[in-house]
Design a protein around this ligand. Structure first.
Ligand code: HEM
Length: 522
């Protein structure tokens, strides 16, 4: 068993819990990752899914048919009392979304670094049409992007229903998965139905807590170069402190961990792949275009893990697929999927964590205190990793499509409707979290996550229902490792050069990075 320093003080748990409600953001994604990272971009001002059919003149039979199918779905929802903005031909509510977005951008006021901005609901800026319609129509409404009818659901009871649902009738939306096909093949992120179940059954056990615990030693080791680099920065500046832009360094650690844990390879070797992934991620989330297929380097044995994830998945796949060809596709596609799902989500979450810790240094002190209590000699057993599933916020939106007629609580969702849930909004809802929902108060989680809010299962940082995050244990372990190590070695504050500007690139990222002033902790 690896001897490790304390990586799981309770205050980190509280801290990580609280970011979700006080700050939020995949998030997400995302869907990117949204959500992922896996959560694809919501309709953005340009281009919208429906605009991609530009070869067809307005008023053509093609456009008329595309417009009237969603209209029928809308009528079915309206009959259940679900309202929403009136769509117009041929692009539904896209024009209105663009207008609302432009107005929000021009109203964007510059933010001062006095801590107040943490209370801002950034979703109002990133997705202002959702915010406006929520005010008009409540937590469930319908809108159209021309050829698709959408249902926005942020009602806690309905989210709970979705969370508990195991139906295969809700899956990844086809118009998004089609676009992701060249990048992700038919891997877990974009497959649906029984094929998805099959893949999930094979891959999920590789991310169970007992397997993740075996990777903690590796996570600790791979964080060491970052600590040395930051220490060297302080020394190189010949002063007691240095200014660091944390994002790229965290990205390197996170990419290195997934490379080594899954593929026995290192980030530096796969650097090109990761930079390609970043470009692709930006392209997907901002323009929704198609992209090239990344290839992955040859794996090398890592001395730190007896078997890497790839090997374990490979062995499982060999047992489950009848032909070599099928298992080869399964393996290649899912390697890409896991890289893609992990890439950015964890490192971006770590960036936001450091930003908040820099802003609220009393929580750095708290973490150090708990670490000193938990491991007076500076080293702890790997079993001290927490069992609970607390979270950080990077994925912002969960989107599903009703692949067949599906019942969600009292709502009869017609086949073909896309369902959107905005996680940050749910996590900042005063009806769920109380009047201080927008405040940064990690202590609200002191008695566990269920005591922190009023509506059960309204806390869904890793997504909703059967398709929720498969890598949550991995992500949490990595975040705890990195934050504990940084906090134990340095004290830090927010640099005056930090510009608060959340940006949606599959997950919500610090648009201009996170700059902190670090100093060696004595
Ligand atoms: C802080 C870090 C992370 C956050 C906030 C996060 C969040 C999410 C969310 C919200 C979803 C569900 C999206 C949806 O419902 O459409 C998801 C799915 C997924 N995540 Fe993560 N994730 C994180 C890290 C990771 C890591 C490290 C891995 C892998 C090592 C991973 C692998 C996956 C996979 C494979 C899925 C798809 C599951 C399926 O469709 O069955 N994630 N994640």
């Amino acid at each position: 068993m690896d001897a490790i320093p304390s990586v799981a003080p309770d205050s980190i748990k509280l801290f990580l819990f609280s970011i979700q409600s006080a700050w939020h953001s995949r998030s997400t994604n995302t869907p990117l990752h949204p959500d992922l990272h896996s959560t694809p971009s919501p309709p953005q001002p340009s281009p919208f899914p429906s605009r991609m059919h530009s070869g067809h003149p307005n008023g053509s039979f093609y456009n008329i048919a595309k417009f009237y199918i969603p209209q029928r779905l809308r009528k079915k929802l309206e009959r259940q009392g679900i309202r929403g903005p009136q769509p117009s031909f041929p692009y539904g509510n896209v024009g209105e979304m663009q207008k609302i977005q432009s107005a929000a951008i021009s109203m964007k006021a510059s933010r001062s670094i006095n801590g107040d901005f943490v209370g801002d609901d950034y979703t109002c800026l990133l997705f202002p049409y959702f915010a406006q319609w929520r005010k008009q129509y409540g937590s469930i409404y319908t809108y159209s992007t021309g050829n698709k009818q959408h249902l926005y659901i942020n009602d806690p009871e309905l989210v709970k229903e979705m969370n508990q649902s195991i139906t295969l009738g809700l899956g990844k939306p086809s118009y998004i998965t089609k676009r992701l096909s060249p990048l992700l093949g038919n891997g877990i992120l974009r497959s649906n139905g029984h094929f998805w179940v099959h893949q999930r059954k094979i891959i999920a056990p590789e991310f169970f807590m007992d397997k993740v615990k075996g990777m903690v030693g590796l996570m600790l080791e791979l964080a060491e170069p970052l600590l040395r680099k930051w220490q060297a920065c302080i020394e190189a500046q010949g002063e007691l402190r240095a200014e660091i832009r944390v994002d790229d360094d965290l990205r390197v650690v996170s990419a290195d961990v997934i490379s080594r844990a899954c593929f026995g390879s290192s980030y530096t070797k796969g650097k090109e792949i990761f930079s390609k992934l970043r470009t692709l991620q930006k392209t997907i989330s901002s323009k929704g275009m198609l992209f090239g297929l990344p290839t992955f380097g040859k794996c090398q044995e890592t001395p730190l893990l007896k078997k890497d994830l790839l090997q374990m998945i490979l062995e499982e796949a060999m047992d489950h697929f009848p032909s070599k060809d099928e298992s080869r596709h399964f393996i290649v596609d899912n390697c890409k999927n896991i890289y893609f799902a992990e890439h950015e989500s964890t490192s971006v979450a770590a960036s936001w964590c450091l930003m908040l810790l820099a802003l609220y240094p009393q929580w750095q002190t708290h973490i150090r205190y708990e670490m000193s209590q938990a491991c007076p000699n500076g080293s702890l057993d790997v079993d001290s990793l927490p069992k609970s599933n607390e979270v950080v916020p990077t994925s912002s939106i969960c989107v599903k499509e009703a692949l067949e007629r599906t019942q969600i609580g009292h709502v009869d969702v017609p086949k073909g409707v896309c369902i959107w849930s905005l996680i940050p909004t749910l996590h900042r809802d005063p009806a769920i979290w109380g009047p201080d929902a927008h405040k940064f108060r990690p202590e609200r989680f002191a008695n566990g996550v269920t005591k922190a809010y009023k509506a059960l299962q309204a806390y869904v940082p890793f997504g909703v229902g059967a398709r929720s995050c498969l890598g949550r244990n991995f992500a949490m372990a990595q975040l705890k490792v990195i934050i504990s190590l940084i906090t134990s070695k340095f004290t830090f504050s927010l640099s005056p050069n930090y510009q608060h500007s959340p940006a949606y690139r599959m997950v919500v990222q610090p648009g201009h990075g996170v700059n902190i002033l670090i100093q060696k902790f004595q």
